[in-house]
Design a protein around this ligand. Structure first.
Ligand code: XUL
Length: 458
């Protein structure tokens, strides 16, 4: 069977056609927002803003990105007509605000990189304290929907009042694909500080505290096992068969968990993308005592843990450019020319305000003379800095013998060896780096098992 997986990430959209029996991608297409959709003015996937705390994107760009990826897939000769089901994922935490006619009541959506809600986080904290972490799986977090919506409702009460639906990007794209108001899945929904993970329902008390009437503006929740939705007529334009099942999109990290084959507890995944993340399926509900990590729903059932590091691939790319280094030098040669441990020289990139742990955007912080150091020393110092920070901040999740590494930077031999050394674990990569899109395609198949026969025949 062939399924379609769509991954709407920070910097672009990918679409893959996945053969579920051969377990491989048979066609794929990608769109980069900066290169392919310059009209939206978001070269890195968000609108430039002098305030480094504010990170927003135009929601129409995400729809256009998805449509262009589908058009490219069709034009490449991919077997669109054979696709039996659709699934996908989106960057987590981005919220989309709609009025009663489906238009945008807020033209710019805050994304996961936004950290402009510290006052709201303080309020949520003082009102709910540890109960927030116990109920929603995370302490109050700047990028999560509760703080973001609270800020919006205060700053623009008229626009908030005009808002009849607040979607996550994942449920918004599912709504676009199905032409109907789609539910939020528990994987992505857990990244809102609004979902009670013990009851898998919206927490009415937190919702009302965040913003008046918020509960009534949230979509329903999709539980693993619920029937999937149907593809809208207009997607026939891309050669797809209208009416095929659409599994509600999840977050990119839960989708990667599935795509890496790590949805059952036992191994961990490191995803090296715009953000670097470390996550693992969790048999039991357990939260990070230090308050940096999160618990999300596992789309295959149960829970997953996650820690997110904001200065990921954009930081690595910036160091590479500053060093005037090509990819081969950055990925391999720099590591051959320096010893593991770098003779004690360490550096941390804080180009964006870091979230794990919290740290302001101060640029490079090194324990050696950064400007005059050779390129290979700088490169190893940054990568070892990132990975050792990740190791320290994920000890609460556990020790793992096997770690899957995915995302663009997983092609780097030097980075893989650094992970192996610092985590003292066997490191595995996937043949397909697009684990989130593949996870979406796999969830499409899982969703079909819950589909009533009349929909399957459509
Ligand atoms: C996870 C997080 C990021 C985004 C990026 O909490 O904020 O990993 O999902 O796509």
């Amino acid at each position: 069977m062939k399924t379609l997986g769509i991954d709407s990430s920070t910097q672009g959209t990918k679409a893959v056609v996945y053969d579920t029996s051969a377990q491989r991608v048979v066609a794929s297409a990608a769109v980069n927002y900066g290169k392919d959709l310059p009209e939206f003015g978001a070269p890195d996937g968000f609108l430039p803003n002098d305030d480094a705390h504010i990170r927003r994107a135009p929601p129409a760009m995400w729809v256009k990105g998805m449509e262009l990826a589908l058009a490219r897939l069709r034009d490449s000769g991919a077997p669109m007509g054979e696709i039996a089901a659709v699934g996908g994922d989106a960057q987590q935490h981005a919220t989309v605000y709609l009025d009663s006619s489906g238009g945008y009541s807020r033209p710019e959506s805050p994304i996961w990189m936004d950290s402009s809600t510290s006052p709201e986080v303080t309020e949520l904290d003082s009102r709910f304290g540890d109960a927030l972490r116990e109920r929603t799986g995370s302490p109050a977090i700047e990028r999560f929907a509760a703080a973001q919506v609270m800020k919006f409702a205060r700053e623009d009460p008229a626009a908030y009042a005009r808002t009849s639906r607040i979607h996550l990007l994942s449920s918004y794209l599912t709504s676009v694909l199905t032409g109907a108001d789609a539910p939020i899945d528990t994987g992505d929904g857990a990244g809102m500080n609004l979902l009670n993970l013990k009851t898998l329902s919206w927490d009415a008390e937190i919702c009302e505290f965040a913003a008046p009437g918020l509960l009534g503006k949230l979509p329903r929740i999709h539980l693993p096992g619920d029937a999937p939705l149907r593809l809208a007529e207009r997607f026939a334009e891309y050669g797809l068969r209208p009416g095929i099942p659409v599994a509600p999109f999840t977050g990119d990290n839960p989708a990667s968990l599935v795509g890496c084959g790590a949805a059952k507890p036992g191994c961990a995944v490191i995803s090296l993308g715009t953000s670097d993340t470390f996550f693992a399926a969790m048999p039991e509900f357990r939260t990070d005592p230090a308050g940096y990590g999160h618990v999300f729903g596992n789309p295959m059932g149960g829970f997953m843990s996650l820690a997110c590091f904001k200065n990921g691939s954009l930081a690595r790319d910036r160091i590479r450019r500053e060093c005037g280094a090509g990819w081969n030098f950055f990925d391999v040669a720099a590591f051959e020319q320096t010893p593991p441990g770098n003779n004690g020289r360490r550096a941390f990139p804080y180009f964006e305000e870091e979230i794990t742990p919290k740290h302001p955007a101060t640029g490079i912080e090194a324990n050696f003379d950064w400007p005059s150091a050779p390129a290979e020393v700088k490169i190893r110092a940054i990568v070892e800095g990132q990975i050792s920070n990740m190791r320290e901040r994920t000890r609460w999740i556990g020790d793992f013998k096997t770690i899957f590494v995915t995302g663009g930077a997983s092609r780097s031999r030097g980075i893989l060896d650094t992970i192996r050394d610092i985590f003292a674990a066997e490191v595995r990569t996937l043949d397909v780096p697009d684990s989130a899109a593949v996870g979406g395609a796999m969830l499409a198949e899982v969703g079909m098992q819950n589909t009533p026969p009349s929909v399957m025949d459509a």
